[in-house]
Design a protein around this ligand. Structure first.
Ligand code: C2E
Ligand code: MG
Ligand code: MG
Ligand code: MG
Length: 291
């Protein structure tokens, strides 16, 4: 907290305040790195699934798979903490392979028309061998590659753009769709959008969360929706928490959405139950129409 930092610095206590805060962070990091390396991934890692909905019509198009780690040492750890840790410690590719295997298994239990979005990390796309292994894993599962939206962030592209670009092209020509995740944060650049053919652009939730109170966020969202329309690709908004925001985004021309307003990420069993209920309702509607 910057204000506190300044206040304390007048009294000469700033350095201590800052360093203890920083030390806390480093301690937590070390604990996560350590627990990760000692962890039994096949038992501690799982996925939750968040619905992706068409904003006009409210139709379910699929889910985003989100990684969960319940560490036997630390308890639940956020992916915002353990994914960077996995990258740091060099085990992220092993982790991605385990998560992808769970994702592909989940897809086998879902109707064929539903898509699954799966997040790739920087390491996954900045190494040809790793990316190729993932593709082999998808092919061997028997799942139709074209049901997958592979999500990558611009930050991931930056670490080695040429290799990442080559890998993205490879995955795309194998039939996968590629989404540019967290657009608008970090080093958003139209040159990335230009140099790589994305199938979807996901507008970061930092804009969506405050777009009802912040005109500039709303304008940025509208511009990205327009950009996507002009490129003939889909825009996706993450972090839709209210009916008002959903309506505003729909009016701005955003194609797809996800967020707590529709559903929080849920374990597979809950999601499958939801799909079955939807199907039941659709069947009942069909019977009513036919009869
Ligand atoms: P992301 O890919 O941008 O995922 C969206 C995040 O927004 C998720 O956080 C999701 O739970 C959260 N979210 C969804 N709807 C709402 C909403 O209405 N309001 C708010 N405030 N948040 C919402 P989560 O699950 O904590 O994941 C955080 C990040 O960790 C992800 O951001 C992604 O970058 C990374 N991640 C998650 N799973 C994986 C994975 O399997 N592999 C890799 N490489 N990264 C992953
Ligand atoms: Mg994502
Ligand atoms: Mg995102
Ligand atoms: Mg995000």
């Amino acid at each position: 907290d910057f204000a506190l930092y300044q206040m304390k610095s007048k009294r000469g206590g700033a350095v201590e305040f800052f360093s203890s805060d920083h030390q806390q962070l480093l301690k937590r990091r070390h604990a996560i790195d350590f627990a990760l390396q000692a962890g039994d991934f096949s038992r501690e890692l799982s996925l939750e699934f968040q619905p992706v909905i068409t904003l006009d019509g409210g139709r379910l198009v699929g889910f985003e798979a989100l990684a969960r780690w319940n560490s036997s040492r630390l308890g639940p750890v956020s992916p915002n903490d353990f994914i960077p840790a996995a990258e740091r410690t060099g085990i992220v590719s092993r982790m991605t392979a385990i998560l992808l295997s769970q994702a592909l298994d989940a897809m086998k239990l879902m109707p064929d028309h539903l898509r699954l979005a799966f997040n790739l990390s920087a390491r996954d796309i900045c190494d040809r061998e790793t990316a190729l292994a993932l593709l082999v894993q998808i092919r061997q599962s028997g799942i139709d590659v074209s049901r997958l939206d592979l999500e990558i962030t611009e930050t991931a592209l930056l670490s080695d753009f040429d290799t990442a670009a080559e890998v993205v092209r490879m995955l795309r020509s194998a039939g996968a769709s590629i989404s540019l995740d967290d657009f608008g944060t970090g080093f958003s650049s139209l040159s990335h959008v230009h140099r790589l053919e994305f199938d979807k652009i996901k507008i970061d939730k930092s804009f969506v969360l405050k777009c009802d109170r912040d005109e500039r966020s709303m304008n940025i969202i509208r511009s990205v929706a327009n950009l996507c329309h002009n490129l003939g690709i889909q825009s996706v908004a993450e972090g839709i928490e209210t009916a008002e925001i959903r309506t505003a985004l729909q009016a701005s021309g955003v194609d797809l959405g996800q967020g707590y307003f529709f559903s929080r990420p849920q374990p597979l069993a809950a999601v499958l139950q939801g799909i079955a209920m939807e199907d039941g309702r659709a069947a009942a509607d069909g019977a009513r129409l036919a009869g």
